[in-house]
Design a protein around this ligand. Structure first.
Ligand SMILES: *[C@@H]1O[C@H](CO)[C@@H](O)[C@H](O)[C@H]1NC(C)=O
Ligand SMILES: *[C@@H]1O[C@H](CO)[C@@H](O)[C@H](O)[C@H]1NC(C)=O
Ligand SMILES: *[C@@H]1O[C@H](CO)[C@@H](O)[C@H](O)[C@H]1NC(C)=O
Ligand SMILES: *[C@@H]1O[C@H](CO)[C@@H](O)[C@H](O)[C@H]1NC(C)=O
Ligand SMILES: *[C@@H]1O[C@H](CO)[C@@H](O)[C@H](O)[C@H]1NC(C)=O
Ligand SMILES: *[C@@H]1O[C@H](CO)[C@@H](O)[C@H](O)[C@H]1NC(C)=O
Length: 451
């Protein structure tokens, strides 16, 4: 399959056909009465081989000559035919007309589309009906390739070392769309796709590496099967190196993929920590010249890791939450000038405070959380007087107060525990003789301490 359909040209033809078909379904289509075969010429001119596989339906297809409606690429409205009706025409492959259109538009030659669009004439209602029937027939004749087949073609291209850079990029762009449905993501490894995509993380072109990381992130998102497959192929280490890239987009997509890989995944988190993931996050958070998107992703990931630990207290406790400097780098972000970053930092702090492995006194003494929260309160108070940002600032102030409350409860508990510890210590020193009297007094003190 991959061989007969391999390479770019046949798919360009298919894309044009799909787009053409969709365009005919639109209300304002027109006929080029002069030359019945011109559109067909465009459809099939670039096809490599004409001996009729699934992607090359017989030339009767050329009797349909749809014309674009002003080349509107967002042709979501399908005149006279509801989406449901159209869906019924496809045996496999794209599950919706929208998906098909999106794919087709991405694979079409803009110059040819433009040329075609310049021919537009409007059809009468009758002509439009005829066109619709014709296109229905065409759709029935045309066996649409399944997603699995499209993935196989793309992977075949990635496997082909002599393919051009553009074709490689296009194959990756296709996979990026194709891996979105979970069933497709689950098929990726079977087709050799994960190995092929992970290999591209090593490509010398940043854009190729970036798209590859993006695909891995998308495919692993909320998918433990793919997460574990990608982890066992050892991609985490490569992705973590990519986060250091001077190319922001590459770093952002690599961190996105890492987050998706370790989310709710104990193995992934253990591997992440073994690769010093905490240091990586800390470096991103504490470097103010790092791109803001990357910093937001990093602090978001901290909150996510902490939440995961709160939900699964039996998970290995990551030492990452015990490092004072790490916690300080999160608290520092509340002083950022980027309100979105501040919010994400607050969310992370809220989660971190709730972990039994973190100490309230560290937040107080080492991280100066009280001062940070107070500065933020002043800043938000000022913001709330400005109408435009009033609402956002109000929400953020609510979150800030919540963090303050959680923090001070944790502090009180910590002081209570310390006081009880001191009392026990004192009792031991006092010895047996006056033990009973001292004990009674100590109980009173402890009761006071508990309020
Ligand atoms: C139709 O158009 C095609 C391509 O534009 C051209 O090669 C062909 O000669 C035309 N046929 C007629 C009958 O005009
Ligand atoms: C791509 O190559 C891998 C081996 O590297 C192989 O397992 C897989 O079947 C190939 N896939 C396609 C579609 O060519
Ligand atoms: C690999 O790509 C080249 C260039 O596009 C093409 O000529 C060749 O047929 C492809 N090989 C396979 C096995 O598909
Ligand atoms: C990427 O390249 C490095 C060295 O350049 C190599 O060690 C590693 O195995 C390669 N990874 C993949 C997935 O090809
Ligand atoms: C901070 O980030 C900038 C830009 O990414 C980088 O050049 C610099 O080396 C980083 N500083 C530290 C201390 O890591
Ligand atoms: C936190 O911010 C202070 C003041 O800007 C700075 O001196 C300190 O190094 C920062 N700490 C971390 C861990 O980012």
């Amino acid at each position: 399959m991959a061989k007969t359909m391999g390479g770019a040209p046949p798919r360009t033809g298919l894309a044009l056909l799909l787009l053409a078909a969709a365009a005919v379904l639109c209300a304002a289509a027109a006929v080029d009465k002069q030359n019945k075969s011109s559109w067909g010429g465009i459809l099939w001119a670039t096809a490599k081989d004409k001996d009729g596989d699934a992607l090359h339906p017989n030339p009767t297809a050329s009797s349909v000559e749809p014309v674009l409606d002003g080349a509107d690429p967002d042709a979501n409205t399908v005149g006279g035919v509801s989406d449901d009706d159209v869906d019924g025409e496809f045996a496999g492959g794209f599950s919706s007309l929208d998906g098909m259109l999106q794919w087709a538009i991405g694979h079409s030659d803009p110059a040819k589309l433009k040329e075609k669009a310049s021919d537009v004439q409007h059809m009468s209602a009758d002509e439009l009906k005829t066109r619709q029937l014709e296109i229905k027939e065409l759709m029935e004749k045309l066996k649409m390739p399944s997603d699995a087949e499209l993935m196989q073609i793309a992977i075949g291209d990635l496997n082909n070392s002599s393919i051009s850079l553009e074709d490689r990029q296009r194959a990756l762009d296709e996979l990026l769309i194709l891996v979105e449905p979970i069933d497709n993501a689950n098929d990726l490894d079977k087709l050799g796709g994960l190995v092929a995509v992970i290999r591209e993380l090593n490509n010398s072109e940043a854009k190729i590496r970036t798209t590859s990381a993006w695909i891995l992130g998308k495919a692993s998102q909320n998918n433990p099967l793919v997460q574990n497959q990608v982890l066992s192929l050892g991609a985490l280490n490569t992705l973590m190196k990519m986060v250091q890239s001077g190319c922001t987009e590459e770093a952002v997509k690599a961190l996105y993929a890492i987050s998706a890989l370790v989310r709710n995944n104990g193995n992934g988190q253990a591997a992440f920590y073994a690769e010093s993931g905490d240091v990586m996050l800390q470096d991103i958070m504490s470097n103010s010249s790092t791109d803001a998107r990357l910093r937001k992703k990093a602090v978001f990931m901290v909150a996510d890791l902490a939440d995961c630990q709160l939900e699964n207290p039996d998970h290995v406790k990551l030492p990452l939450f015990r490092s004072h400097i790490f916690l300080k780098s999160v608290v520092n972000l509340t002083l950022s000038s980027d309100i979105d970053l501040q919010e994400k930092a607050l969310l992370a702090i809220r989660s971190l405070l709730q972990l039994s492995s973190t100490e309230a006194t560290v937040f107080k003494d080492f991280c100066s959380l009280d001062e940070a929260l107070e500065k933020m309160r002043e800043q938000l108070e000022n913001l709330m007087t400005v109408d435009k940002e009033g609402e956002l600032a109000g929400d953020l102030e609510g979150l800030r107060r919540e963090v303050y409350t959680i923090f001070h409860k944790k502090l009180e508990t910590a002081y209570d525990l310390k006081m009880e510890g001191d009392i026990v210590h004192f009792l031991c020193e006092a010895g047996d003789l006056h033990g009973t009297i001292v004990f009674a007094a100590a109980e009173d003190i402890a009761a006071d301490a508990h309020g």
